[in-house]
Design a protein around this ligand. Sequence first.
Ligand SMILES: [Zn+2]
Length: 180
Amino acid sequence: MTNQSKIPGEKIAALEEYLPGNNTFDDGEVIRATTIGSVQFDTNERLASIKSDNPTQIAKIGDIVIGVVEANLPSMIAVSIKFINGKKTKANVECICVTRHLRKKNIALAQDVVKAEIISHINGTLHGKIDSPECGVLFTKCRKCFGTVVKMRDAVKCKDCTWIDDRKLSSDFGKSDFLE
Ligand SMILES: [Zn+2]
């Protein structure tokens, strides 16, 4: 009687047998699902619950996320999160990283791939930071010609037009396996 997939509204148990648990409601007679997922019966607590198949993944404080820079503002960057602790996420939740104290001209450009640490979750907005050595830009391109760049100390140099630009680079910059 476990791991049966249910759809919202579908009956999962009788009220005299179980109490409504997570992702369920009772209609006065039976307990029904409010989300798609698998049924879980807790016989000790007499709870019937639905474990959602695709919970919206929200990064937690301390999580390491990898995402794409959506907006590059003078004092912050907005990052669309693609990976949480190395696991792919489809939710596309954004996190805001304040960058004004980092003292670089071009912290990260729009469309750069960056690694950040989640530091707070306030009023539904995730905040991250890219200060630590492992955090920062993992992948970027030349600001002038969009060519391939290589690391030069804590800056990047374009292989095509030789333009040198600063970035807040991750210590993982240039590693091809940063998504593993
Ligand atoms: Zn270039």
